[in-house]
Design a protein around this ligand. Structure first.
Ligand SMILES: CC(C)(COP(=O)(O)OP(=O)(O)OC[C@H]1O[C@@H](n2cnc3c(N)ncnc32)[C@H](O)[C@@H]1OP(=O)(O)O)[C@@H](O)C(=O)NCCC(=O)NCCS
Length: 334
């Protein structure tokens, strides 16, 4: 017989309740990158907008950076670690396949027995994590969910590749998602384009390296111009769709937080979307570089910490990257 199953009961809606970031202490200027590649500070600044990035030291592991960012987000949300029911961590640069980094973090934070798992969605990782968290809170599987984007991309950077050496940075950005009486995370417009898998990827799989087939440790490589065009043309459309899905226009926006990949991509998206003057645009890439899954929460935290954005502001966030994958949504800032 088919028994009648009691449905799960969650919150009416979900919201971001707190954010926190961690940037490694070592600041790496363009001059240091130039030791390894034939380029110039002027070229890097004009093509990418990046002047400095943070690179993690040996002690600043994926776990330590995550714990630092998560601790701040939990305090910002005004909850205790025991209240967290699930931990979702997005990363492509945690080099131990199993167990997940999320279980270690859940334990060391003192969450008790929170569900914990990692996801791999590259630079769209925060949007993917946020979407999962919203679902868990509304469906009732967790009252509070910790979402973290964390990367040590310096470990996956070929310092001698002049098309990528200056782009990447390290760091962690965290958010606590919990119950809300009002809608505060809009519908997610997300997807993947696996036919473009070769456009950004790891140079070789781990097992090729292990078996001695290649000498160089795997690194990130990309077709810069292809990514650039895709981001500017296709991602602006996705951002527009996220506004429409949330039932608002760019006039209703206070803040725009695109993935921090390249200042020229950010500027082009702002133009294509026709964002009004009053919209604050995250330009964290200048001093943080591209930190993949960490980039949006790091930028969000900095805008709030510096007073450029405030609690209750309406923000459009969009992440995009290797896969290719993307995720965009409108949120109310914590
Ligand atoms: C990487 C990127 C900054 C390169 O800028 P670009 O304007 O596309 O540069 P191009 O690749 O067209 O190269 C232009 C010229 O500069 C040269 N060049 C490439 N890297 C250089 C460097 N570091 N310094 C100086 N010259 C360089 C090229 O050889 C080329 O020379 P040529 O015209 O004589 O052939 C840009 O493509 C980019 O940001 N793409 C998106 C990257 C991204 O966001 N990736 C992650 C997405 S999640």
């Amino acid at each position: 017989m088919t028994a009648k199953i009691r449905p799960a009961k969650g919150a009416p809606y979900a919201r971001i309740l707190g954010v926190g970031g961690y940037r490694p202490t070592r600041v790496v200027p363009n001059e240091e990158i130039l030791k390894h590649i034939d380029s110039s500070d002027e070229w890097i600044r004009s093509r990418s907008g990046i002047t400095t990035r943070h690179w993690a030291g040996p002690e600043e592991t994926v776990a330590e950076m995550t714990l630092a960012a998560a601790g701040k987000a939990i305090a910002d949300a005004g909850i205790t670690p025991e209240q967290i029911g699930a931990v979702v961590i997005s990363t492509v640069s945690h080099f131990k396949q199993t167990p997940s980094i999320a279980t270690e973090v859940a334990h060391r934070l003192g969450t008790g027995r929170a569900a914990a798992f990692d996801i791999s969605a590259a630079c769209a990782g925060f949007g993917y994590g946020l979407t999962i968290a919203k679902g868990l809170v509304v469906e009732g599987s967790a009252e509070y969910v910790l979402v973290v984007g964390v990367e040590r991309l310096s470990d996956l950077t070929d310092l001698t590749d002049r098309t990528t050496a200056f782009l990447f940075g390290d760091g962690a950005g965290a958010a606590v998602v919990g119950p809300s009486e009002e809608p505060a995370i809009g519908p997610t417009v997300w997807g993947s384009e696996g036919d473009k898998a070769d456009v950004i990827s790891q140079t070789v799989p781990w097992d090729d390296y292990r078996e001695g087939g290649v000498e160089k440790f795997p690194a990130l490589r990309q077709e810069g111009q292809t990514v650039f065009r895709w981001a500017v043309f296709e991602m602006a459309k996705v951002a527009q769709q996220a506004l429409e899905a949330a039932g608002i226009t760019s006039d209703d926006l206070d803040v725009f937080i695109p993935h921090q990949a390249n200042m020229r991509i950010i500027d082009s998206m702002v133009k294509t979307l026709g964002l009004p003057e009053h919209v604050t645009v995250a330009r964290d890439v200048e001093t943080t570089g591209n930190t993949s899954a960490a980039s949006i929460p790091l930028a969000m935290e900095r805008l709030l910490a510096t007073g450029q954005a405030k609690s209750g502001d309406t923000a459009l966030v969009i992440g995009f990257g290797a896969g290719l994958v993307y995720a965009a949504t409108v949120v109310t800032l914590p």
